[in-house]
Design a binder for this molecule. Structure first.
Ligand SMILES: Nc1ncnc2c1ncn2[C@@H]1O[C@H](COP(=O)(O)OP(=O)(O)OP(=O)(O)O)[C@@H](O)[C@H]1O
Ligand SMILES: CC(=O)N[C@@H]1[C@@H](O)[C@@H](O)[C@@H](CO)O[C@@H]1O
Length: 455
């Protein structure tokens, strides 16, 4: 089992670490003991299917969260952020409370901290003084929240002399980020720990496994942010989709004679019924209707009361949802799971038209996210269209959606003209975005995973 690497950093050569160190010394009057780093990610294909048990295909990006740390026996947690938007925070490290209603930034740190302490059964945790510095745009589909959760867990692990493998940390962080209220899958945490520089990864779940995916050499992935923000934990958009998938899998399970209460994820139902993904799509057509289901109808099918349904299938922030779209959500999940497998196969087999095939899979993925899963928004759709008109072989929303980024696959020799065209057609058309092109439109390469650094 591979552990998170511990490396060396020179704050003289690496100016970012130098600035973080200065901030640390200014805040706490001493040098940090060590630094932890966890990266953001871009998901190339496989959206909203990890929490249904299906494989996804992300890569880590260069943008990350770095935390400078000093541990002590004070029993206190002290957090300072280099970004003034995020205020200072202090609390008793033995009395952690995570506010789901108002997901202020330090709550993400608390998720990682609490998760690690509980997982490792640490009874006398070290006090921590930290400076947090992040470069991942927030609520933009590049996993800024999970990078913070993973980095906080890593900080806590190192301070308390624990040594978990990358896999254990990934599973643990996927679980503890749910303290904030969103019921995500494990993609973001897995790639943050398991990424290797230079390669994308196929991430499989139950059990967690990551496999290198060699991307075509003649293309470059370019990220563009539509600059609409949606905080996952502050809204119910994300959890409604999770619940719709859960209800659809339970109804399919019940209709097919399975003990439906034992099922929460499409992948488990598919396996229990022995279906291929194509057959699963046909089962969706056979069993689910396209019109939204009312809560009463769902209760009738599952033969439960509204209160029982809350227990078996809903989350705290979806108790008041009145209707659920099941047919389209299920069709998206099974077809998207299929596209991930085709994407991986194409990367492995390298046919002459590989980049065209991959581009088309990305386009189909976006169409499915937009129309069936309804997790895009007008600005993001417009940006994806502009990316396709500007020379991308494929372009799609990435991450949770309802705003945030598109990822585009662009022929390597056309990246400059692509960026020029998207700049003019999207960013220059809006006065608020004119000055913000570089941070919102950039080419990216597969980055490395989380690490601890000593000076
Ligand atoms: N540098 C940072 N410092 C402190 N908190 C941060 C930082 N970056 C992100 N956050 C926290 O994470 C929140 C964003 O989480 P959210 O789940 O909305 O988006 P995301 O993780 O970026 O997107 P996605 O899951 O779609 O990839 C911010 O509102 C903030 O509270
Ligand atoms: C932390 C979290 O909830 N992450 C989720 C991730 O698991 C995945 O479901 C993605 C959509 O594909 O949306 C978010 O990034």
């Amino acid at each position: 089992m591979e552990n998170v690497p511990v490396g060396k950093v020179s704050v003289e050569i690496n100016s970012r670490y130098g600035r973080i160190k200065d901030k640390f010394m200014g805040s706490y009057g001493k040098k940090p003991d060590y630094y932890a780093r966890a990266s953001g990610r871009v998901n190339l294909i496989g959206e909203h299917i990890d929490y249904c048990g299906y494989s996804v295909l992300p890569m880590a990006i260069e943008q990350d969260v770095i935390i400078a740390v000093s541990s002590n026996d004070s029993g206190r947690l002290q957090l300072v952020n280099t970004n003034m938007e995020y205020g200072m925070f202090e609390c008793d490290i033995n009395d952690l409370s995570i506010n789901k209603e108002k997901p202020v930034w330090h709550n993400y740190f608390l998720c990682g901290l609490k998760g690690l302490l509980e997982h490792c059964k640490v009874t006398s945790p070290k006090g921590l003084q930290c400076v947090v510095d992040g470069t991942i745009p927030k609520s933009a589909g590049l996993s800024s929240s999970s990078a913070l959760v993973c980095c906080a867990a890593l900080v806590t692990m190192h301070a308390n002399g624990q040594a978990l493998s990358k896999k254990e940390l990934s599973d643990m962080c996927a679980h503890c980020e749910r303290f904030i209220g969103t019921e995500g899958g494990g993609m973001d945490q897995a790639i943050s720990f398991m990424a290797n520089k230079g390669t994308a990864k196929l991430i499989e779940f139950n059990p967690l496994k990551s496999t290198d995916v060699e991307l075509p050499e003649d293309v470059v992935f370019v990220i563009s942010n539509c600059c609409v923000e949606l905080n996952k934990a502050a809204t119910s958009h994300f959890n409604i989709r999770v619940v719709e998938c859960r209800l659809a899998s339970q109804i399919i399970a019940k209709t097919k004679g399975l003990k439906w209460r034992e099922f929460k994820r499409f992948a488990d139902v598919q396996k229990a019924l022995g279906l291929t993904l194509d057959e699963a799509i046909n089962v969706v057509k056979e069993i689910l209707h396209q019109e939204p289901y009312t809560k009463e109808e769902v209760c009738g099918i599952l033969e439960v009361t509204v209160d029982e349904l809350a227990q078996t299938s809903l989350s705290a922030n979806t108790l008041d949802v009145k209707t659920f779209k099941l047919h389209d959500r299920a069709t998206h999940v099974f077809s998207e799971a299929n596209r991930v497998l085709q994407f991986k196969k194409t990367c492995d087999l390298k046919p002459a038209d590989a980049s065209v095939v991959l581009g088309n899979l990305m386009k189909d993925s976006h169409t499915s996210c937009r129309d069936l899963y309804q997790c895009s928004c007008d600005d993001l759709d417009r940006l994806v269209d502009i990316c396709c008109q500007s020379g991308a072989l494929g372009s799609r929303l990435t991450g949770a959606g309802w705003g945030g980024c598109a990822v585009s696959m662009v022929p390597a020799n056309q990246v400059d003209s692509f960026i020029k065209s998207v700049t003019e057609k999207y960013y220059w058309k809006d006065d608020r975005l004119k000055e913000k092109v570089t941070e919102n439109l950039f080419a990216t390469q597969p980055g490395g995973g989380a690490a601890i650094y000593l000076e």
